[in-house]
Design a protein around this ligand. Sequence first.
Ligand code: 5AD
Ligand code: FES
Length: 359
Amino acid sequence: MKLVSNILKQETYSKADLIQLLESKGDDRALFFKKAQEAKLKYVGKNVFFRGLIEFSNICSKDCYYCGIRNSNANVKRYNLTDDEIISAAKFAYKNKYGSLVLQAGELVSSAFSDRIEKLLNEIKKVSNNELGVTLSVGEQSEETYQRWFNAGAHRFLLRIETSNSELYKKLHPSDHSFSNRLQCLKSLQKIGYQTGTGVMIGLPFQTISDLADDLLFMKEFDVDMVGMGPFIEHSETPLYAYKDELWPIEERFDTTLKMIAILRLMMKDINIAAATALQAIDPLGREKAIRIGANIIMPNITPGFYRNDYALYQNKPCVDEEPEQCMGCLDARLALADSDIGYSEWGDSKHFFLRTSS
Ligand code: 5AD
Ligand code: FES
């Protein structure tokens, strides 16, 4: 077995190296966290960028076995923000210098949905003097639709692969959901020219450390610009809840997520990495811990307060009783604790994207 200090001197890591880092404890773990922190400061700096997250609808046609708002969950109170509500949330983000928005919703595929997003993009650009950046996170769509939205001003897209192991993917989704289509969508997004983001869940039933090492290699190989990954948190109204007693303890899912973020920062030094809200659901300072060791993006929820409870992908979601105004001061204070500055009014684009596309 190699010494962790020797692995960290390498330019690239083998799968065995990644497994060793993921399993490291004590001084070894502290050493690579420190290296990741240094790499972050050197390559992307001290600034953390905000993406105001608008969860504009929880209506979803998909039935993923892990997700609380899956189509078959009859206990969910379904909502769909009006266009006016979305635009006021966008104005809030603009006024408060968030720089960018993420429009996220359950997955729907229809021409009405495509038209609606296109219209919203035009309107958001208009009310913000073309200044707000917009990231979309609305699932698998046709290449044509992705292109339309890109033309209307969306320039980043988040679509998690969830796991890079196609066999595991099958166990997490019904048979009409397809790993190859998910991959194809990611390729389309990259081809069109989006800054392309993906990610995985950590600590899923049946998932191994070897799978997680493969996930890291997948992100590197795919040459992603942005990553958001978080711990899996079981939801009692989903099929995967049946495996709750076989999951890694929640603290281990949390710690492994931090390790994944730190390793990814060492592997892909100039990408954007989000501190997932699911980390905060486990530890109130979870996102700040992620920021310290490698993440540089936070997505404060700016969905109007009265809808927040109903976008429960997992249980114990934090801040569901807050209004967007309350999150502002809270985040300032929290990031100061994490030794970071906030990149107000900046898009905070992925540096990796510009390097990748200029070469
Ligand atoms: N635990 C953690 N993350 C989840 N997601 C969905 N359900 C859960 C859960 N139970 C994540 C998925 C999805 C993103 C929007 O939320 O990775 O892509
Ligand atoms: Fe939402 Fe603190 S981040 S209340």
